[in-house]
Design a protein around this ligand. Structure first.
Ligand code: 26M
Length: 814
């Protein structure tokens, strides 16, 4: 039997048309003349998929042959964004596809717009995972991304009378051409039950007797490298009821109970938890975490490794990178496999395990650190709880040996804590088990070591490192901003797409008048594209040649959307009370995008405030042409790709010491927006790289924040002593934005005046000054363009390719 190698269809317009029609006709059973846009989109996606298939198979074959060390990226979230555009770019089939569709009487842009993005993440952490797998594929580094195939991703946000209302994200309902289910590679995952000891020769061993189980069904997604013939794999797990489970019940004659059991199993991957900072300690969430991690470890050992592979070599073949604490239960899981199933000695198993994992922390907020109650863990994963106790006992014995008579220290480092309830601190477990612990920006890594895990960084100074985040230039520059990309390519050639440091060569072009003009034209084109989209998508009418001021990110008090709204209200107040000469005002359009966690009350009140201020300002003739506000609902990756390239000003205004890194900040700078920002997260590094003259810095530094907090922060004193601030807050409280209702914004106003945990009032004056500096700078368009071009030229460092090189040298190859 001759085994013909899998080959891609010919990369010609003709070849593409044939493949497309074959997909549509024989793949989907639809004639072109009778097909819907969705039929056409699906056929197109499957066509592009065919071009990638041979490379994917070849990548897998090559990996098996070379046995190169791989990265197992463990992440509960991947915020991928649309796939088609990226796949066309990776295969360089964009032009061919466009012509092929035209030959069929179809419009590629329309078909691309049909794709529903997989929103399998909340925000920064999930999008980072997507950027990282893109970079690894582009750099031809072996990686399997492991995660969860949620049936419903991040909710769809709508506004009803200005308030957020959530709708389910039915991303799978029109068909999903990018995922390949592999039922033959399904994995069983156990839960519940109890443990017991038994004699095995002359050793006593423990075994876990679980009480229920589910099946993990893998779906493979292609992760194409940029025009390099490489296609890595993203493997997302979906939960299914096991046959044995419901057969037993069916046989007992209880059909309804059997169907209920099925639903129960499938609940595990039903929906993404929409919290991005306050873990609720929900049992289903722990089920999700263990489910995907158990599937992934099993899959890597049994499917990815060759048969007969010796597990002692595991650390030479993989590093499992833990994307925050969400997958940390993988640590006791690997220990359980080695000790219980393979009957290794504890020490031998621990030696291998601790060389297999590394941990990335993404927060500093104390309430965001995951903690699991011992009773919940013991009920769901009794054997894992025992193993965690044993890890902790061994670790604390070591601590006590190194620091005798220092019980306070030992207790402060205990993985298991008794207060407020007996529970497991997942960040501590990750730190003890990981060979490395990293923060996601220089400042964050410093604070992580000094403030969150001080005892651990003293104990293992060499374990702590930094890897500053990055973003993929393929999606966020090349794809999202074709006009700026063309300008850059005209100046430098195409190499910058995979070598972003080359943007530095743009530096002299900041002095080139023609280049600046072309740069402004590209920005203007992007604004027009955005305004057309907002008109069609949201019915939002924006007009005029304004400074486009954008704040897009999850809604959270620490990110301080309220500080931005106070500034807007203040501008408005000054105009309507004729405190400023209207002819001196820089016309400004402010765009917000933000989802609030559904249970986060105050965040939802802030959304309401933004919408109501917008309504009032946008319909007040006194400010027409000077100030307008847009808050399109359901900010997501797709919208980001249109918004970011259009922005002039990027708002990065979190309280110093709170935003671990930020990655939106990097996307804006790379697209030639200037940043108004605090000394927080990666803003610090952006500012250093672009220079103080090309960055609008303001606000307290982290040590100043700490000092103010220690001295007893009183927001009311700022309100009393700053008339401009007082006027803004009073205007909100007066009912001016709520049809006279003085109670409408009471929760927000009283929180600011009496609590203001993130010190918005303390930074207000400084923020307003920085905004004045922005206006002055924007008045000189030539000077502004220079600054913007220098931002592009000096931020090549923020490519996620560079992040991957740092992970390689500091962690994965260490
Ligand atoms: C935890 C438990 C239950 C439900 C949800 C969660 C959870 C999910 C996501 C907690 C946190 C989550 O994400 C945090 C996050 O997105 N952090 C951001 O990570 C980015 C990438 O490193 C940084 O740039 C941001 O500064 C940081 O806020």
């Amino acid at each position: 039997l001759a085994l013909a190698p899998v080959t891609a269809p010919p990369a010609t317009v003709d070849g593409f048309v044939k493949e497309f029609l074959r997909e549509l006709n024989t793949g989907q059973g639809v004639a072109l003349s009778r097909s819907t846009v969705n039929d056409q989109y699906l056929a197109l996606a499957r066509t592009v998929r065919h071009y990638l298939m041979a490379r994917w198979l070849e990548t897998t074959r090559h990996q098996r042959e070379t046995k190169e060390k791989a990265v197992g990226y463990l992440s509960a979230e991947y915020l991928l964004g649309r796939q088609l555009g990226n796949a066309l770019l990776a295969t360089d089939l964009g032009e061919i596809a466009e012509k092929a569709m035209a030959a069929c009487g179809l419009d590629l842009v329309t078909l691309r717009a049909q794709e529903v993005e997989p929103g399998l993440g909340n925000g920064g952490l999930g999008r980072l995972a997507a950027c990282f797998v893109d970079s690894l594929a582009t750099m031809s580094i072996p990686c399997i991304g492991y995660g969860i195939r949620y049936e419903y991703g991040i909710f769809k946000q709508t506004f009803v009378d200005g308030r957020q209302v959530e709708q389910p994200d039915t991303w799978l309902s029109l068909g999903e051409p990018w995922g390949f289910p592999h039922p033959e590679a399904a994995v069983q995952v156990d839960f519940g039950g109890y443990t017991e000891t038994y004699r095995d020769g002359d050793v006593e061993r423990t075994r876990w007797v679980p009480s229920w189980n589910v099946l993990g069904l893998p779906y493979n997604y292609m992760v194409p490298g940029y025009q390099n013939g490489r296609v890595n794999t993203l493997r997302l797990w979906s939960a299914q009821a096991t046959k044995a489970f419901d057969l037993a019940i069916f046989n007992a004659g209880d059909y309804a109970e059997a169907v209920r059991a099925q639903t129960f199993a499938e609940n595990i991957t039903k929906v993404l938890y929409p919290e991005d900072s306050t873990p609720q300690g929900k049992e289903l969430r722990l089920q999700q975490q263990y489910f995907f991690v158990a599937c992934s470890i099993r899959d890597f050992i049994n499917q990815v490794m060759e048969p007969g592979f010796d597990l002692h070599d595991l650390p030479e073949r993989v590093t499992f990178q833990l994307n925050d604490t969400h997958p940390v239960i993988a640590v006791p899981e690997l220990m359980r496999i080695l000790v219980d199933e393979h009957k290794w000695e504890w020490d031998e198993a621990w030696d291998v395990t601790k060389r297999c994992f590394a941990y990335t922390c993404h927060t500093l907020l104390p309430e965001a650190l995951e903690v699991w109650p011992v009773d919940l863990l013991g009920r769901l994963l009794p054997r894992h709880l025992e193993i965690i106790y044993q890890i902790n006992d061994a670790f604390l014995a070591e601590v006590r040996e190194r620091f005798p008579n220092d019980e306070l220290r030992a207790r402060s480092m205990s993985i298991v804590t008794d207060y407020p309830d007996r529970s497991v601190r997942m960040a501590y477990l990750a730190t003890v088990a990981g060979m490395k612990v990293n923060g996601v920006a220089a400042l964050h890594s410093q604070l992580l070591a000094d403030k969150v895990l001080p005892a651990f960084s003293e104990y293992w100074p060499e374990k702590f490192t930094n890897v500053t985040n990055g973003v993929t230039p393929r999606r966020f520059l090349r794809l999202a901003n074709p006009w700026l990309s063309q300008l850059i390519t005209d100046a430098l050639g195409v190499g910058w797409v995979t070598d972003l440091d080359r943007l530095a060569e743009l530096e002299p072009y900041a002095q080139d008048e023609d280049f600046r003009k072309a740069f402004r034209e590209a920005k203007q084109t992007n604004k027009e594209r955005l305004y057309a989209l907002l008109r069609a998508r949201d019915g939002i009418e924006l007009s005029g040649d304004h400074l486009l001021d954008v704040m897009v990110k999850r809604l959270h008090e620490y990110k301080r959307q309220t500080l931005k709204i106070l500034h807007i209200v203040s501008l408005y107040e000054q105009i309507i009370h004729e405190r400023v000469d209207p002819t001196t005002i820089t016309p400004r359009t402010v765009v917000f995008g933000a989802k609030a966690a559904p249970g986060y009350r105050l965040a939802k009140e802030i959304i309401y405030l933004i919408n109501k201020v917008g309504e009032t300002v946008n319909t007040d003739p006194r400010v027409a042409g000077r100030l307008q506000i847009a808050f399109p609902a359901n900010y997501n990756v797709t919208l980001a790709e249109k918004l970011i390239p259009a922005a002039d000003l990027s708002e990065q205004i979190s309280l110093a010491g709170m935003e671990a890194s930020g990655t939106g900040n990097m996307k804006f700078a790379l697209n030639g927006a200037l940043t108004i920002g605090t000394d927080d997260g990666a803003n610090v590094e952006i500012r250093q790289l672009v220079g103080d003259d090309n960055f609008f810095g303001f606000g307290m530094t982290e040590p100043e924040v700490a000092a103010l907090g220690a001295s007893g922060y009183q927001p009311g004193s700022y309100y009393e002593s700053n008339p401009q601030l007082k006027a803004a807050i009073d205007l909100i409280a007066s009912g001016a934005f709520s049809g006279g209702d003085r109670n409408a914004f009471e929760p927000v106003v009283s929180n600011l005046l009496y609590h203001d945990r993130f010190m918005a009032l303390a930074d207000f004056a400084s923020y307003v000054d920085a905004q004045a500096a922005v206006e002055a700078a924007y008045a000189d368009q030539e000077a502004w363009s220079k600054m913007a071009i220098l931002n592009v030229a000096r931020t090549g460092f923020f490519s996620s390719d560079r992040s991957m090189r740092d992970y390689l040298s500091r962690i994965w190859r260490a």
